[in-house]
Design a protein around this ligand. Sequence first.
Ligand code: ZN
Length: 451
Amino acid sequence: MWQAFRMSNPSPIDELFAFLRFASVSTEPRHQEDVKACAGWLVEKFRSMGLSAALHETAGHPVVLARNAHQPGRRTVLIYGHYDVQPVDPLELWSHPPFEPRIVNGKIFARGATDNKGQILAHILGVEQALQRDGDLPVNVIFLVEGEEEIGSPNLRGFLEAHRDELQCDVVAISDTGMLAPGVPTFTYGLRGIVALEVKVKGPALDLHSGIFGGAIANPATMLARLVATLHDAQGRVAVEGFYDDVAPLQDWERELWRQLPVSDAELLTLTGAPGLFGETGYSSTEQMWARPTAEVNGLGGGFQGVGSKTVIPKEAFVKLTFRLVPNQDPQKIAALVQAHLEQHCPPGVTLEITAGHAGMPYVMDPHSPYGQAAQRALKATFGREVALIREGGSIPIVQTFKDVLGVETMLLGLALPDCRAHAPDENFPVENFEAGMRLNAALLKELANR
Ligand SMILES: [Zn+2]
């Protein structure tokens, strides 16, 4: 009888498909009920595994918390993930409907397959399998699965502060980053931070005839180009005064390790389609992307954008800037330095209007720390290969939030591949990575118990 019941249990793939069918797009109000239903599904899933679980309402989308029966004297790991997903537009570029998951050539195609439902569910099912096999886990586990990661986790810090006591833990584990290449276990020990600014260059009160007024009145689009050109020097360094003052230099051991990684400039050119490389002299491309700060123009505009020509001096022009930051740069301090730089270099005949945007702290942990080593042993056991130690150029501000509020480090054990198309049409996650994620969870909990 019991056997028959067990046989009829859904398979891990069935469970993932059920999770993926929720259109839990956090940014779109029309999907609010889908987001909520997805959170409810998770709560039921956790309870069916024998964990205690609760759905916590926030000012935005709910947070789901779950835990096994904690025992004193055991280590406590908080496993974080998110059940919300990015919008699916442009829908016409998907080969299959994004919320009707299917497997093609060993890959699971659906919105959220890799970011983050496939990865967090692998941890959840890894715990379920261990409980079914052993009746208990070797450590205390807290699952925290939120529904607002894709919109910047606006309510997570407040939630952590309000639930600080019940979230006390020794370390956080997240699978929401990437693997260097298929089959290469990858431990990410650093992330860049970010600060965003938008600048408007303002000239005359209205668009002007460039024949009648041109020559006497400064053109905001020209002045914007001048201003943007002051952000870098000829060597590709950011020319904002004081920008590098707090930058933690790369360590010799990491430069040496990164030189041996199976990545090349030729592959980078193929992957991006760029005609050539660019960047700060004296650093390899991985160093430039993972451990050096940048200034980037993400958008700029002004003046006539239509077909043909229009002889106009636009009354204003704009640029959207972001700065990727590395330890120990502080986003607020950098925003102030950039603002001072822009004002100091404001060309004649125009004024500036500067608006600060979002910001996130950079993060780095010591991969040689006991938790870093435990994570690497688990990765090596799972994939049977040496672990690649990397930083990532992107930003996951919540990692620093965990450190600030709970006082703990985060192990980033990503399972996404470079071609998983997170945030894009045809997002996918290899079945073998999903299965590896379940094994990784088991190995990780064991290593944490023994460390
Ligand atoms: Zn994402």
